[in-house]
Ligand binder design. Sequence first.
Ligand code: PGA
Length: 248
Amino acid sequence: MSRNYYMAGNWKMHMTRSAAAQLAQEMVNQLRDGKHKYLVAPSFTLLETVSAVIEGSNIRLGAQNCAPEEQGAHTGEVSVLQLKDLGVQTIILGHSERRHNYKEDDALINKKVKLALKHGFEVILCIGELLEEREAGKVEEVCERQTVKGLEGVTDLSNVVIAYEPVWAIGTGKTATPQDAEAVHAFVRKVIARLYSEDAASKIIIQYGGSVKPENAAELMAMQNIDGALVGGASLKTESFVPIAKFS
Ligand code: PGA
């Protein structure tokens, strides 16, 4: 059976407009014949520039966060209404850098997830354990909690993607082995089956993230329950993102 893979680039807090426009244009050119679903998620300040470059291409526009409220007195925050206005289609929520460096908890992430879905966005909900949680045998407990709480009150999963990103593998060069990642993906799919249905569980896309590189993309994607990748560092250069995005 051919799979629908979803290959996403999280540009994090990198680049200014001219570099972003150039990178986006190279991605458009080189992914034109790509067979999978693609996304780039630049910083807020780059969204308009990148949106203009990727318009009409097979690459979706993503944001890396949003405010938990629609609008109002929220200094420094960016609203879903403002993101929609710029053509954003997908919002990454619950990234480990938001959870751990900016202290976002499951309740806040859940509020954002529900708001984004209400406004018609696709949501990539990131989950994943810290190294000490893995060493304490708490991988399943953490991933289950983040999944259940992140999706509390969400009844329809058709616009939800989950990204399993073990925190110890993000930006460290350490990747989970395909077998370790697969075990967590299979577990999360079971959680979704229990919470929703077997049908919802079989359809939901579960991406892997954490030091995905051209050298390991194919072996990760070969796993039964890994449906794509959320790529950080390697998404900042076409030389590394394109081979990942077109893995074979
Ligand atoms: P990385 O980041 O590919 O640089 O490890 C992944 C992510 O944070 O989404």
